[in-house]
Design a protein. Structure first.
Lengths: 337, 337
């Protein structure tokens, strides 16, 4: 099926999105110097707070832009749909988000983002801005455990934003904030399933297909191939397959506390996400594992892709306190959770 | 294209969804007596606060269940996907949500819901519970102005929940809360466009089709036929057509303040919703109309339908104050807006 995009010119997709966000929430987040690729917080920021920034391709809202606000990110640079922003934009953002305590660059394990952030951090050093890079690699399907450093970052990075953002709000040092982000990511695993492709605006048609009666296990948020294609499964089976993969990689024991994110990839109804959460919750409860502040909804999407991912964040006392600390952005709050 | 549902048995779709919600948010909202069709608030409720309840078919999350919480709804009954719950469930809910000041039943203009709420309110009278019914009819596409009482309720009802919920939180009387809900709805207009159908779980295939290069203007949230089918339009054109229809029915003048909701119907990416919001914001600004607390996202969906609706709520000083008053539910908060 040909799918239709609600847009003007495909070339203006990202600019128009950014202008829409600025028009809606200009009192909370702003385009840096009017730039259509960099969003910075408009909430008050304490002097000497470590800045936290991210970057990535467009097409994943609320990731990445949606976490700029209070208690999470100070800035976000985006590129075209599914493409990294330039090192120059990243440098501008790092400069804007430094309050004298350095800047944590927290982003997913994609070559373009890595390459450009490395250049941007070198550039920032010329201005005597201290930086640290922490890279999310939570997708267990993207590489086996022995090559875990090759894994992609997916929805689990939202937990890292939350933990690092809360640590920065407590005016911890760049080293402490970076260490906590690393610890959150070391305790975070994700895996997804896809039922249908998505459409990049400038392409205009699906870039791959999934047969009508099948489901792809472990697909990435840009349509990167998964582990296997299977006949369509029930919600309970999907929860089982994903939780098995996650807990094989990161064992859980009776008495453990975790947060769980069931993340819709775009077209999957919220009802179906709750049907999967029900199964996840039951399986964890049966294993004596309790869930703190579950996140169910769309946190990291792939345009109109159907499917979902599950993320488990294993908590310790400090990570739990930082998870529960207040945060708000135009797209996210934990004040109602 | 055959679309796939992430579920277990189709017959258990609503039960499994409700169990998922209760598992995730059991400390905030609870199943009434374990009933899989009635959700009531678990937040503290003041004595003598007017209760506010709603009901409707499943398949529209976060509508209707998602607005049960604090500062909005006290209870919600749901039926099967796209079907009204029974009068008996509504009666149970009304009883549970009465704190001695009566209960406002605030729901959309659908025959099943009207018929069952009328019976439920009669039943509640036997228990000396005062009730009032206020019915949302915000969809301008569903009937011409001379038959406005035949119009369907769509996403605009969320604004009525917000206004009535804030009034009830101020311990206003049932008459006052009902009058404010009526006033909010008198000032609310919506219209939607659809690009693709959705799938009712027990049916398993799309119940209608929209050609690949076309868009249906004015389609209802259950797939009710719209005003016309046109060749696919740009985001700017969609904003223009909908705003023209809304402002023909409810004229706006320079200096007016409104809230605007751009509501994704399910499969439409958030990026595309912001591209439409950009156009709406510009057109209103050009007319000297300013926007207060815009809502962009999924507030009332039709499963995996692609498309969106636009709602305009014309504010006066009192409606604005009630809109801005704090509210939180597991699915909604205005604390970050």
């Amino acid at each position: 099926m040909e799918m239709k995009k609600i847009m003007n010119r495909a070339d203006d997709f990202v600019r128009d999105t950014m202008e829409g966000i600025a028009a809606a929430y200009g009192d909370k987040v702003t385009l840096l110097d009017g730039d259509h690729r960099v969003l910075v917080t408009g909430y008050p920021v304490a002097e000497k707070k470590v800045g936290i920034v991210t970057a990535g391709g467009s097409g994943h809202l609320p990731l990445f832009l949606g976490y700029v606000g209070e208690g999470m990110l100070d800035g976000c640079a985006v590129g075209e749909v599914f493409a990294s922003p330039s090192a120059e934009k990243m440098t501008d953002m790092i400069r804007a988000c430094d309050r004298g305590a350095g800047v944590l660059c927290l982003y997913g394990n994609y070559n373009g983002d890595r390459f450009n952030f490395a250049m941007a951090c070198e550039e920032a050093e010329f201005d005597d801005i201290e930086t640290r890079q922490v890279i999310a690699r939570d997708d267990v399907a993207s590489s086996p455990a022995e090559n875990a450093d090759k894994r992609r970052g997916v929805a689990g990075i939202v937990y890292a934003y939350k933990i690092a953002g809360a640590a920065a709000a407590q005016l911890k040092s760049l080293e402490e904030v970076g260490d906590l982000a690393e610890r959150a990511l070391a305790n975070t695993r994700s895996m997804g399933v896809a039922l249908s492709p998505c459409i990049v605006p400038k392409v205009g048609s699906p870039t791959f297909t999934i047969p009508a009666d099948q489901i792809e296990i472990g697909m990435g948020i840009h349509g990167e191939a998964g582990i296997e294609v299977r006949p369509m499964m029930t919600a309970d089976e999907i929860a089982e397959v994903i939780l098995d993969a996650i807990t094989t990689d990161m064992p859980l024991s009776t008495g453990d506390e975790v947060s769980v994110m069931v993340n819709g990839l775009g077209a999957t109804p919220l009802e179906e996400q709750f049907i999967v959460y029900r199964a996840v919750h039951r399986r964890l409860a049966d294993a004596g594992v309790s869930v703190v502040m579950p996140h169910i909804g769309e946190f990291a999407t792939s345009m109109e892709m159907a499917g979902l991912s599950i993320t488990v964040l294993k908590l310790d006392a400090e990570l739990k306190e930082l998870l529960l600390a207040p945060a708000r952005t135009p797209f996210y709050t934990n004040l109602n959770k």
